[in-house]
Design a binder for this molecule. Structure first.
Ligand code: SF4
Length: 417
């Protein structure tokens, strides 16, 4: 790669785009650990929540300490995302304690998107009403599947009936921005079962839906038991088929496929998650939470003991600044996850040419689309002959499906130069 500045100056200067406008807050408690999960969590046991489990109260206090000692910037927070774990194990006063701390330390914009992950079977109507009264305006429900046998097979603590009860409770409090999570590629999951889960999810009319393909993490129960693509997991061909089924079913039901794994009705894309895909800065708070501030990515300690010690020692972010090459690859890797793709003019012409060389074979397969500034399709050779304006995006569903192959080609291209 030529020794020139990779990203055009206007995009890389430490302007407004580099100041965090969003925060991820990790609530690391779950009733039990699902067999596929390697997230940093503590298991509480069934029936435990923030009102009867001292560990959650203690964690809330320390999390607020971290927020208090984090250096502030000049913007109010425009997106908050309470993820987990199971944030719906927090009592309403505990959530209030965190929100009051964030408001006092950073300010929360009056139009902020405040998302909260909630799990079926872990909340009551008065609890979600309390969350809503505090400002939570987007609920993300961990549904995963509509078959009791699959939920049980994954070690989930809820059953199908809990999903319907949870949706009823959320609609009763007039929640008008609900997202559902589904997982494909589960052990013994058949194509008809996956189609049934997609149809059942659509019947609930969610504003947003995320579909994830099971990833086998080595330290998990599934990771120790199974090999990718081998029985009882579906074959690679079947998981690819599941991806295409999701794309077809969900788009036919009025959900726009705006990111590799995410679908939303018009106006309901997740604003917080877009910060990640647009490679913009964000705060992270809590055990195991990742942040991206001042061009540094940092992941907090993954056990409660280590996290508490880190906060008590001043919550210092100690990680190197990203190199220009890393930022380029991240911008490509994250931006191509979006159906909008990446704007090519943000790269200097040498880099844009190197990108074009890397994508040529995949363009021929129809996995990538180049568009000019009027959104008209361009061939790669036209793109090379033009002034590198317009954008590059993966085709849907095939380009999205083979995104890993294309991203590997980018890595190789930029490693070679
Ligand atoms: S509920 Fe979510 S975070 Fe908790 S163990 Fe299951 S997958 Fe992991």
């Amino acid at each position: 790669m030529p020794n020139t500045t990779i990203l055009e100056e206007k995009k890389t200067s430490r302007g407004d785009g580099d100041i965090p406008r969003g925060a991820y807050i990790h609530i690391p408690f779950c009733r039990r650990r699902c067999y596929y999960c390697d997230f940093p969590i503590s298991v509480t046991g069934d029936g435990r929540n923030g009102t009867n489990f001292n560990a959650i109260a203690e964690y809330t206090d320390i999390l607020c300490q971290e927020i208090e000692i984090t250096p502030k910037d000049r913007y109010k927070l425009e997106t908050l995302f309470f993820g987990g774990g199971t944030p719906s194990l927090l009592s309403v006063p505990q959530l209030e304690q965190i929100l009051v701390t964030l408001e006092r330390c950073f300010g929360i914009d009056s139009h902020a998107e405040i998302s909260m992950e909630v799990d079926p079977g872990t909340f009551t109507q008065s609890q979600v009403q309390g969350y809503r009264d505090l400002g939570v305006n987007r609920f993300s429900l961990g549904v995963q599947a509509f078959q009791d046998e699959l939920l049980q097979r994954c070690g989930r603590s809820h059953r199908v009936q809990d999903i319907f009860t949870a949706i009823d409770l959320l609609r009763q409090i007039e929640a008008d921005n609900i997202s559902l999570d589904l997982i494909s590629g589960l052990p013994e999951q058949t194509l008809p079962q996956w189609q049934f889960s997609l149809n059942s999810a659509c019947d609930l009319s969610p504003e947003h839906l995320s579909c994830y393909d099971l990833v086998l993490e080595p330290v998990t129960a599934f990771g120790k038991q199974f090999q990718p693509g081998e029985s009882p997991l579906p074959s690679d061909e079947h998981t690819a088929q599941m991806y295409r089924m999701a794309q077809e079913t969900l788009t036919q039901n009025g959900l726009e496929h705006y990111e590799i794994s995410n679908y939303g009705k018009a106006g309901f894309q997740c604003r917080h998650n877009r910060l990640y895909w647009e490679n913009r800065s964000y705060y992270g708070f809590g055990m195991g939470a990742a942040s991206y501030t001042q061009n540094r990515r940092f992941t907090r300690p993954r056990t409660r003991k280590d996290y508490y010690t880190w906060v008590q020692k001043g919550a210092k972010i100690e990680s190197p600044e990203l190199s220009e090459r890393d930022r380029l690859l991240e911008t490509l890797m994250l931006g191509l996850r979006l159906a909008d793709g990446i704007q090519l003019e943000q790269f200097n012409p040498d880099i844009a040419r190197a990108i074009a060389a890397a994508i040529e074979p995949y363009y021929q397969k129809g996995w990538l689309v180049c568009l000019n500034s009027q959104n008209e399709p361009l061939s790669v050779s036209h793109y090379l002959a033009s002034s590198h304006c317009g954008k590059l995006r993966l085709s849907d569903p095939e380009g999205f499906l083979f995104s890993n192959t294309i991203l590997t080609a980018f890595f190789e291209q930029f490693d070679d130069n």
